[in-house]
Write a protein that binds this ligand. Structure first.
Ligand code: ZN
Length: 330
């Protein structure tokens, strides 16, 4: 399983009220990883008509259904929505009738999400996705090929067949948890979808063992870009630490993304990528991603790539990022 994401409540989103931020990771996680992010029940804001899919078709004969039909049909009849997502490609949202509301939200978000990923990453990927909404914990685990039930804090995750770096992976799908529609607002669903879609788009260029701060930071950056989300709303934990003089001293290590302080790790990773995009530009952020994602995490490699792409040593990059963070302190 790859690209696993968890619920997290957003606090302080003054204009949008309660909201949720999810974080994720590319490595396999078990159900024991839910210590970080706890989202209490809250009312899902009313969904606007323009957030629903406009052109829906039942695509019962779509061959992509074959990949999930055997897993899902024991849990009830399938509903599928086909969405045009660019360059003649079609994405598919699959679920059961009980998940129809969130399915429609996701279907309505798929085309703009794909366009946003294309704008950042380019069009050298499938530009389509199979998005599945699980109806219960067993189905969620089965769709993610997990041998055990996942933490209820997992909002969504993505999987792919084994693949060779540099080739387009097959069997990719994004799977939303049975609680996603209840616990995430439409804004939250959009953010999760864009995060996971970024993992789908970039997976062929990403090796196991690449630095998590870039993999997850980039997906989070892609999820929030051009949405007018405020720094403190995207990174509440980091904001609090900046206010109290507890700014991160270094880029988060891979181990930080699975421990009790994972939320801070994701926020720091997002901020490092936002720093690159804002201080340099998005093409150089993408270039940095391509370089770092193609290699195992080795400090010397990171240093060489940062020098090559940004003209800055790793130490100088970290210092500049921390200085930038201070400018974001409320
Ligand atoms: Zn992720």
């Amino acid at each position: 399983m790859q690209g696993l994401r968890r619920f997290r409540r957003w606090c302080g989103a003054r204009r949008r009220g309660q909201f949720a931020l999810t974080v994720g990771m590319v490595t396999m996680l078990t159900g024991t990883c839910g210590a970080v992010l706890v989202a209490p029940n809250w009312a899902m804001p009313k969904i606007r008509a323009d957030q629903l899919a406009s052109a829906q078709q039942v695509a019962a004969d779509d061959p992509r259904l074959a990949a999930v039909r055997g897993i899902m049909e024991p849990f009830g009849p399938l509903t599928a929505v086909r969405v045009a997502t660019g360059d003649g490609q079609e994405s598919l949202v699959v679920g059961h009738s009980g998940q129809r509301v969130e399915m429609d939200v996701l279907a309505g978000e798929l085309a703009p999400a794909t366009a946003s990923v294309n704008e950042l990453w380019g069009t050298g990927w499938a530009q389509s996705a199979l998005v599945v909404v699980a109806s219960n914990a067993s189905e969620f685990a089965a769709l993610l090929r997990s041998g055990s039930l996942l933490s209820r804090e997992v909002a969504a995750a993505s999987v792919a067949d084994p693949f060779t770096h540099g080739t387009q992976p097959t069997g990719q799908r994004v799977v939303f948890s049975p609680d996603a529609g209840r616990r995430l607002s439409p804004d939250g669903l959009r953010t999760v979808l864009r995060h996971e879609l970024t993992h789908i788009a970039t997976r062929g260029d990403t090796v196991d063992g690449a630095p998590q701060w870039m993999l997850e930071g980039f997906a989070e950056y892609a999820a929030h870009r051009a949405q007018n989300h405020h720094f403190a709303d995207i990174a509440p934990t980091l904001s609090t630490r900046l206010r109290t003089g507890a700014a991160p001293t270094d880029l988060p290590a891979d181990s930080a993304f699975t421990g009790p302080d994972a939320a801070a790790a994701y926020e720091a990773a997002w901020s490092a990528c936002a720093f690159v995009a804002e201080t340099y530009d998005e093409p150089r952020l993408v270039e940095l991603y391509r370089g770092l994602a193609a290699s195992k995490q080795v400090a010397a490699t990171e240093d060489a790539l940062l020098r090559e792409v940004l003209g800055s040593s790793r130490a100088d990059f970290t210092t500049a990022w921390r200085t930038w963070l201070e400018t974001k302190t409320p």
